[in-house]
Design a protein around this ligand. Structure first.
Ligand SMILES: Cc1cc2nc3c(=O)[nH]c(=O)nc-3n(C[C@H](O)[C@H](O)[C@H](O)COP(=O)(O)O)c2cc1C
Length: 369
């Protein structure tokens, strides 16, 4: 097995990636209180510009979409200007970067919304775990408010506006956060969606929210600058579906026909949010189940090592691998993989919140010399 396959170029929509090592979206909760990335954020992404593609942390499309304390947004002029410094730094250092657009729906908390409003979802069903307040306190989740029909249309337009804002901030494209129990998945799955209008009920209705967003964003910035992330069989936040294979098969075939730039699937064997190091050994294999339904670049994530990534790409099963935790700890991950050099270990205690510590101070190989 050779690592070299990971270093062959790959066309992904409008982008040409020089390697197949993708930086997975990673929420770090270090934005300023107005949702703008900081100078530390600029440095953090700049350090990782050698990735074939950087996907940013989940970034809120609106105040209502905010789901975590000190998570960034892309809905104000200040945020757009601050993100422009990030994209400039990545591009100047030879990289490519797309923004993950997120609406956290029911996993949010009212303290994260300036007007104190409740989190929203497809239906008034709370997640099963705790959520974080604006001051990083873990509290029981609130019962979300079910969205009105007219609000659903407004949110779809917010995704479009956020995609236009991302392009205005210099991003090479956007990725829709359709995974990890965010609002899009809360529409997709029966355990969260009990609506009786055209956005609930049969699979075609539950998929409508995602597909209308895809169509709006495509009209705004082009399908070749749009990727979608999904986590079939994921369980984060207690999300569940009565027939996940049929659901995701339908969704992925629809995405394929829309010729989006890439599909990004999280394997169910890993922890969706990297919250633990444990693996679900008996989990289904999403690549095996869904790869053949998508005609286009396919990125796979969760619990890959450099070795298993090379095997997956070399076998032709996937086109690229997204690394999460390894990219947190190894800013020069592609170099380390190509040299088979030892990897820095990540420090879970500094994943979320704080400052430079555990963010921009992991050493590169060059820095160790
Ligand atoms: C600190 C942390 C933050 C994460 N934030 C996001 C996020 O904002 N959006 C997302 O889709 N996934 C997020 N994830 C999931 C990762 O993108 C990835 O799928 C997961 O860590 C499994 O990959 P790994 O085994 O390579 O770490 C996060 C994971 C971690 C560890």
């Amino acid at each position: 097995m050779s690592q070299s396959t990971l270093f062959t170029p790959l066309r992904v929509g409008a982008l040409e990636l020089p390697n197949r090592i993708v930086m997975a979206p990673l929420t770090r909760m270090r934005a300023s209180s107005d949702g703008s990335p900081t100078k530390l954020t600029v440095e953090y992404y700049k350090q990782r510009a050698s990735a074939g593609l950087i996907i940013t942390e989940g970034t809120a499309i609106s105040v209502q979409g905010q789901g975590y304390p000190n998570a960034p947004g892309i809905y104000t002029a200040e945020q757009i200007a601050a993100w422009r410094e990030v994209t400039d730094a990545v591009h100047t250092n030879g990289g490519r970067i797309v923004m993950q657009l997120a609406h956290n729906g029911r996993n949010s908390h009212s303290s994260l919304h300036a007007d104190g409003s409740l989190p929203v979802s497809s239906s008034a069903i709370p997640p099963n775990g705790p959520v974080l307040t604006s001051s990083f306190q873990q509290v029981p989740a609130e019962i979300p408010r079910a969205l009105e029909r007219a609000e659903v249309s407004r949110i779809i337009h917010s995704y479009r506006d956020a995609a236009l804002n991302a392009v205005a901030a210099g991003f090479d494209g956007v990725e829709l956060q359709g995974a990890n129990s965010h609002l899009i998945e809360q529409f997709l799955e029966t355990g969260t969606n009990q609506r009786t209008d055209s956005y609930g009920g049969p699979i075609q209705n539950r998929a409508r929210f995602l597909l209308e967003i895809v169509d709006e964003v495509t009209n705004a910035i082009g399908a070749d600058r749009l990727g979608v992330r999904l986590s079939p069989f994921g369980q984060y936040g207690g999300i569940s579906d009565a027939a996940p294979f049929e659901l995701f098969k339908y969704v992925i075939v629809e995405l394929s026909s829309r010729k989006i730039a890439y599909l990004h699937l999280i394997e169910a064997r890993g922890s969706e949010m990297g919250l633990t190091d444990e693996l679900h050994a008996d989990a289904v294999n999403n690549v095996g189940l869904f790869r053949s339904s998508f005609d286009g670049p396919f990125i796979s994530a969760a619990a890959y090592t450099p070795e298993s990534a090379a095997i997956a790409v070399e076998s032709g099963a996937v086109d690229a691998i997204a690394f999460g935790r390894l990219f947190i700890a190894n800013p020069d991950l592609p170099t380390r993989i190509s040299l088979r050099a030892p990897l820095n270990k990540y420090n879970r205690a500094t994943f979320y919140g704080g400052g430079a510590d555990g963010y921009i101070d992991y050493p590169t190989l060059a820095g160790l010399e």
